[in-house]
Design a protein around this ligand. Structure first.
Ligand code: GTP
Ligand code: MN
Ligand code: MN
Ligand code: MN
Ligand code: MN
Ligand code: MN
Length: 199
């Protein structure tokens, strides 16, 4: 894992640290692209106000709310739905990448994963595009991650070549591997190809 040196408890013990919690919501699906390419899983990310891709979630103040309650509050703002998040959904916590080597990051990012039913995911997408308070402001739209890999290179590789906030890209890649959502050899090929796309 790229991150995970900090347990949830160690992270909370850091005085003077700020905390942010984000979640990967996903489901299985039987649907197919063009009636022939299995989509296999729906994974939700978002286009943020700053033009970067990231997961839904945000800053949490642990002196006012638990990490999980704060994450649920952020989901209500960004997705327009009340989704309970529990400690069991927690994956890892780590220091955000430092903006410069001389100033180590005081931001700890906590990552969660929650598996849902396909219908629930579709309900989240509908709410995020209509009733979510942050829609069109902090969140420009939800996007699904294309997981298929093609000889011609379409799908996961070009998606991974976009720009991501913080370590959202490695949170995604680590999750694909850990949850076995993409075959390791396909993921490896997509990662290699994604680095060649803009070079
Ligand atoms: P405000 O309501 O404007 O404060 O935004 P927010 O609370 O929704 O915060 P945001 O989601 O932007 O997350 C806070 C910080 O966490 C960001 O400035 C990034 O540094 C970092 N961050 C944002 N999204 C992600 C993500 O998906 N993964 C990781 N690892 N970090 C993220
Ligand atoms: Mn078409
Ligand atoms: Mn927010
Ligand atoms: Mn946010
Ligand atoms: Mn916020
Ligand atoms: Mn906000």
């Amino acid at each position: 894992m790229a991150c995970g040196q900090l347990s949830r408890a160690e992270a909370l013990a850091c005085s003077g640290c700020r905390h942010a919690c984000h979640v990967m919501l996903y489901s299985d699906t039987e649907s197919q692209l063009f009636g022939k390419i299995p989509i296999r899983h729906i994974i939700l990310m978002q286009m943020r106000f700053d033009g970067l891709l990231g997961f839904p979630g945000g800053l949490v103040n642990p002196s006012e709310e638990t990490l999980e309650a704060g994450l649920s509050r952020e989901l209500l703002e960004e997705l327009g739905v009340a989704l309970p998040i529990s400690i069991e959904d927690h994956v890892d916590s780590c220091h955000a990448p430092a903006s410069s080597p001389s100033s180590p990051s005081r931001l700890i990012t906590h990552f969660y994963v929650k598996k849902m039913e396909e219908e629930q995911i579709k309900e989240v997408e509908r709410a995020a595009a209509s009733t979510a308070p942050d829609h069109g402001q902090e969140v420009l739209g939800m996007v699904r991650v294309p997981l298929y890999t093609r000889k011609g290179g379409g799908g996961l590789a070009p998606f991974l070549s976009h720009s991501f906030i913080g370590n959202a890209r490695s949170q995604l890649v680590d999750s694909l591997l850990r949850l076995n959502l993409v075959a390791p050899e396909d993921l490896h090929r997509a990662l290699t190809h994604s680095l060649e796309i803009h070079s």
